[in-house]
Design a binder for this molecule. Sequence first.
Ligand code: ZN
Length: 294
Amino acid sequence: MKLVRFGEAGRERPGLVDAQGRVRDLSGLVPDITGTTLSSDALSRIRQTDPSSLPVAPAGQRLGACVGHVRNFIAIGLNYADHAAETGAAIPAEPIVFNKAPSCIVGPNDDVVIPRGSQKTDWEVELAIVIGERASYVGANEALDFVAGYCVCNDVSEREFQIERGGTWTKGKGCPTFGPLGPWLVTKDEISDPQNLSMWLDVNGERMQNGSTKTMIFNVAQIVSYVSHFMILEPGDVITTGTPPGVGMGMKPQRFLKAGDVVSLGIEGLGEQRQRVVAFEGNPADTSKSWKGH
Ligand code: ZN
């Protein structure tokens, strides 16, 4: 199934994409697409419903992030051997784990805001894992049982904040709008091999990233298992799994996003995102702005 959340920021409704590509309104069945609706039992109840019995959502609706009320938004750094090489970093012996602030999560086509004072806002197309069952100390052999599905994530990053301002990477990873998720949460039964998905990212129509989840250093099962040894993973938590080569930081000369740029990205089977890049203005805590929405 392809699950979506549609409607204005902060007031999204749950939906399901039918075989014709139309969004069907699931709000008669579940209140939202969140951790509580992602267990295998809850998903099988949705699966048993005939999509044609559900109302079609009005056309042209904004899509929100495909999962709401995310409690932990975890990311894996330098997880593609060829991306580690372009940044000049050694291949990590164990996964690099860092946090993205859940408040950075936005819809797949919402604007990306360049943070105040930023000179080095960058892009990263990534496969994100959405957790479906509470996971603690799980083995890699059973780890996929705890996964609900997958989505596209743009792990938007500010390289000066991340690397030049001291401490961990967190400062450059959780700025408002730095976590577009979606368009769909694709349940894992639709993705036969998460380690064989092509992925791409364009800036203003120019191909920047072109990769495959084949070249991950640590695979999805290893990542879920690994992270579960350091924290309890809750249903609805998101782990984004690293990016292939082609980020702006790795280019010679380096290239970063500016207001007016358009970023589009996608992963095979998981759909596409498109973000307009805008300058910082006003207060990102303003609830009338789209970046407030999960
Ligand atoms: Zn990343």
